[in-house]
Write a protein that binds this ligand. Structure first.
Ligand code: ATP
Ligand code: MN
Length: 428
């Protein structure tokens, strides 16, 4: 029995476990706000419906008391769930040993983050976690349905996947290894074995900039497949995003209400997504007065400006090859460009997907590794993939927290993971 499904029990007496979130009293009635793992709801405790001793106990119940309650489910249109509960009886399972440290009145994020282990009980925070769970389930189901195999990639790695400036070094039996920034290079190996693969797991990047889009530990789902071209990579990412949004709209209505999300914005997210080239994006920025020259990478303000022109994610493709990772394939029709694509989410959420086609030619790849001064011995295994059975292939990474932040309409992605890690926070 969970709160979110009690609307099927209107008019019936039910029993379930919950926690007290708040209460107010008016003489012969106590209004208890309770929550379980699925939602929150008002409980009416009236003198006439309860034994005297129980009614009096209600007066002393403290926030975060664990309860088992028995009551009648009554239709109530003002409730987000469409009902309230009229209390008949209850038992106390545990009482707090001291006053709950999170006050009812709004507190600032710095304080709340120090109490993150308790803050996740708050209705909005719990709603974000439930939506995150649905998003993860949906993207995996989407890939499974499309014949992808989930193959896990290592967290301890010997070389950079994304760029050397954000590597976390770990002492591995007196040798330096690095926490994975991406599973992609390994995905390329498993893709040649299994054709369509994805990895799903945490990525680690020593992000020194404090933006609302960067964590040092975040989760990505990264599909990779063979015989890919840029259009098929874009289509896969687009269809996966649409599938996840449809799933959330279908299954998370109550949570979207708790978050006061404008769902009409999400209902617009249907294929096809708009596509523009990097060069076109630069023109948009110049017109808006940005001081940018062709060849510069986009930061958060640039991404926000570009995406503000669209109500769906916009696919920006063919970036200058100089600002992209060494494994990105050159555009055969212009050697200045990479066959890469970023999806910029609407409403200022920035890049949620980065991907593209990988260089499959051994000679070109060897030269790129040399030009970028990367340690060749760390990439010998990777170069083997180009020696044996090399074929065109590509894929992308979708950041879970950024996608969830956008879907939930949450300003900062740190609220989209249970225990966020940033440059100044590893506790709790
Ligand atoms: P950005 O330029 O915004 O730092 P990126 O180009 O480094 O992103 P990719 O390497 O393409 O990102 O990673 C794939 C996806 O992982 C991104 O589209 C984004 O959704 C997510 N991502 C990347 N870095 C972070 C981070 N530090 N915190 C949370 N999500 C991230
Ligand atoms: Mn980055």
């Amino acid at each position: 029995m969970i709160l979110a499904k009690l609307n099927e029990y209107i008019g019936e007496e039910i029993e379930f476990h919950c926690w007290l979130m708040g209460k107010r009293s008016s003489g012969s009635i106590h209004f208890l706000m309770i929550r379980d793992g699925s939602a929150f709801c008002q409980v009416i405790a009236s003198k006439e419906n309860l034994p005297d001793d129980k009614f009096n106990t209600c007066d002393h119940l403290q926030i975060e008391t664990a309860l088992k309650i028995k009551g009648l489910v009554v239709k109530e249109s003002r409730s987000k769930l469409g009902f309230e509960i009229h209390l008949k009886d209850f038992t106390v399972i545990s009482e707090p040993s001291e006053e709950y440290p999170i006050p009812r009145k709004p507190s600032g994020p710095d304080f709340l983050l120090t109490k993150r282990h308790l803050w996740i009980r708050a209705p909005k925070q719990a709603a974000i976690m439930r939506i995150r769970s649905n998003v993860i389930h949906a993207v995996r189901e989407f890939l499974d349905k499309n014949d992808f195999f989930c193959v896990d990639t290592p967290i301890f790695t010997s070389a950079a996947g994304e760029g050397t400036t954000t590597l976390f070094k770990v002492d591995y039996f007196n040798n330096d290894v690095f926490l994975a920034q991406t599973g992609q290079l390994y995905n390329e190996a498993t893709a040649i074995a299994l054709e369509k693969v994805y990895c799903f797991g945490p990525s680690f990047r020593a992000e020194k900039s404090k933006t609302r889009r960067h964590l040092t530990e975040f989760w990505q789902i990264e599909p990779e497949f063979v015989f890919a071209d840029l259009d098929s990579v874009i289509k896969l990412a687009q269809d996966m995003i649409v599938f996840a949004i449809d799933r959330v709209l279908d299954r998370c209505q109550t949570d979207l209400k708790i978050l006061e999300r404008d769902v009409s914005k999400l209902q617009l997210i249907k294929p096809p997504f708009p596509q523009i080239t990097y060069s076109e994006a630069v023109e948009i920025l110049k017109k808006k007065g940005f001081n940018i020259t062709w060849g510069d990478d986009f930061g958060a303000p640039e991404e926000t400006e570009i995406s503000s022109n669209f109500s769906k994610p916009v696919c920006v493709h063919r970036y200058p090859i100089k600002i992209k990772a060494f494994y990105m394939k050159e555009d055969p029709s212009d050697n200045q460009l990479a066959l890469g694509v970023d999806f910029l989410a609407p409403e200022g959420y920035g890049e949620i997907v980065g991907g593209g086609i990988r260089e499959e030619n051994l000679k070109i790849l060897e030269k790129r590794i040399e030009d970028e001064n990367l340690p060749k011995e760390d990439f010998l295994w990777y170069l083997d993939l180009r020696k044996f059975g090399s074929v065109p292939h590509g894929g992308f990474g979708l950041g879970i927290e950024r996608t969830v932040a956008w879907i939930c309409g949450i300003h900062h992605i740190r609220e989209c993971i249970a225990f966020p890690r940033t440059i100044d926070r590893v506790r709790p």
